[in-house]
Write a protein that binds this ligand. Structure first.
Ligand SMILES: NC(=O)c1ccc[n+]([C@@H]2O[C@H](COP(=O)([O-])OP(=O)(O)OC[C@H]3O[C@@H](n4cnc5c(N)ncnc54)[C@H](OP(=O)(O)O)[C@@H]3O)[C@@H](O)[C@H]2O)c1
Length: 245
């Protein structure tokens, strides 16, 4: 008898790292909920691609910064598939400026999406995830690297790592693990947009493995934590960055 597929909600999965995670988890046998904020066409195309390959996926629009929308996201997944087993908190934005030059909008938007957004989904997951579940939060290696202009972005990701550790303890007794994955520079729109080619090439050489991460590199680490081999890993931040730090 086939065991029923586990359900994974991946936030911000219309492109980039989130899309690679959705593809990989679907390949690993998860039913995937592809969350997005605005890019409906990209999300639908990805769901179609996953179904075409024999997987199971639906799309779900929700701005993670909106608590009511996040509650609806979980409600929709439960209605469709009976419950949620895995949450991947991937939705995020990056706005760079020195602290001196950061305006209120730069601060507020990153706190709203990266920090409050992660809080919103963690709160729902803590209340609703099925026992035996997994939570994986996307942090960033800039929490350790602390380069100039990354102050607010790195602060939101440091907060994500802190909530990861606290929630690990609060979920004692439910057999739910909570971990963070902290990528280094990865070839997506978030990283590449607005950077001259020479800057991209220089940053690609910074890691001892001398290349940019690919979304699939990050998805592989998330799949490990979501799958059977990751069962004993809990409360950790796994830096996936070619050795940059
Ligand atoms: N790329 C890197 O170098 C790197 C390094 C370290 C960490 N990370 C982290 O990895 C995660 C994914 O980044 P990425 O590089 O794949 O970025 P990306 O290519 O810009 O993709 C971001 C995704 O998040 C979605 N999103 C944005 N705001 C949202 C919101 N309010 N609600 C729901 N979804 C939202 C976007 O969908 P819509 O277009 O529909 O809004 C998109 O699908 C982020 O948390 C980022 O901080 C990235």
């Amino acid at each position: 008898m086939n065991t029923p597929s586990k359900t994974a909600v991946v936030t911000g999965a219309s492109r980039g790292i989130g899309a690679a995670i959705a593809r990989r988890l679907a390949r690993d046998g998860f039913t995937v909920v592809i969350n997005y904020a605005g890019a409906a066409d990209e999300a639908e195309a990805l769901a179609g691609e996953i179904e075409q390959a024999g997987g199971r996926a639906i799309t779900a629009q929700a701005d993670v910064a909106d608590p009511a929308a996040v509650a609806r996201l979980f409600g929709g997944a439960e209605a469709a598939f009976g419950g949620v087993d895995v949450l991947v908190n991937n939705a995020g934005i990056m706005r760079l400026a020195t602290l001196a030059e950061s305006d209120d909008a730069l601060f507020d938007s990153q706190v709203a999406i990266n920090l409050k957004g992660t809080f919103n989904t963690l709160r729902e997951a803590a209340r609703r995830l099925r026992d035996g579940g997994r939570i994986i939060n996307l942090s960033s290696s800039v929490v350790g690297l602390t380069p100039p202009t990354y102050g607010v972005y790195a602060a939101t990701k440091a907060a994500v790592e802190a909530m990861t550790d606290v929630l690990t303890k609060e979920l004692r007794g439910r057999n739910i693990s909570v971990n963070s994955v902290a990528p280094g520079p990865t070839a997506t729109r978030l990283f590449l947009e607005g950077k001259p080619q020479d800057v991209v090439e220089r940053m690609a050489k910074q890691a001892p493995l001398e290349r940019l991460g690919q979304p699939e590199d990050i998805a592989a680490a998330v799949a490990f934590l979501a799958g059977p081999d990751g069962a004993w890993v809990n409360g950790q931040t796994l830096r996936v960055n070619g050795g940059i730090i």
